[in-house]
Design a protein around this ligand. Structure first.
Ligand SMILES: [Fe+2]
Length: 182
């Protein structure tokens, strides 16, 4: 389950303790079971395009619900792992504080990802989102992203359109150590 670390050193592991902090930013965090996901593909470090599509199809009932309820139009699968060439360059883009013109919607299905946030009072926190968790970071919410020590993640990205995805850098100084793959 998710873990929230605040810059004062406080650590929260229970959803009921984490949610009040996320509510300040209207960040949504849900548990989405993975029992129907293709376990054989989840366990592979890297995936061919066709395998990615097969894995996505096994969990597309979530996407169909997002389409029905909120008008989402597309999804893809990001697979990051230590042997991926250019990993550190790819991650650098999102390791700085930024916003987007659209919601950042992710379903972590393997590994974990760390989302950093700037709270309304200026304090900062990092939320480690683990396999089986869905997160929606609203548009124009300051955040950053990096991998955890495990250095791998499989994340489904859901989009309402193809625009609004580029990072808009805010130049806020991040007061957490960055764990970027070298
Ligand atoms: Fe982002």
């Amino acid at each position: 389950m998710a873990v929230l670390t605040l810059e004062n050193g406080d650590i929260y592991t229970q959803l009921e303790d984490i949610e009040p902090f996320l509510a300040k930013l209207k960040v949504q965090l849900n548990h989405w079971p993975l029992d129907q996901a293709r376990a054989d593909l989840l366990s592979q470090e890297s995936l061919e395009p066709q395998e990615k599509e097969e894995l996505l199809k096994s969990i597309d009932f979530y996407f169909e619900q997002l389409t029905r309820d909120l008008g989402y139009q597309s999804r893809d699968l990001i697979v990051l792992h230590p042997s991926l060439s250019g990993l550190s360059v790819l991650l650098e883009k999102f390791a700085r504080c930024h916003t987007h013109a659209d919601d950042e919607v992710r379903y972590i299905i393997d590994g974990e990802g760390v989302f950093g946030f700037v709270f309304p009072d200026g304090s900062q926190g990092e939320l480690t989102v683990q396999a089986g968790e869905y997160i929606n970071v609203p548009k124009f919410t300051e955040h950053w992203f990096h991998l955890s020590d495990s250095n791998k993640v499989k994340a489904v990205r859901y989009f309402t359109n193809t625009e609004g995805w580029s990072p808009i850098y805010t130049n806020t100084v991040i007061r957490f150590p960055q764990l970027i793959s070298k």
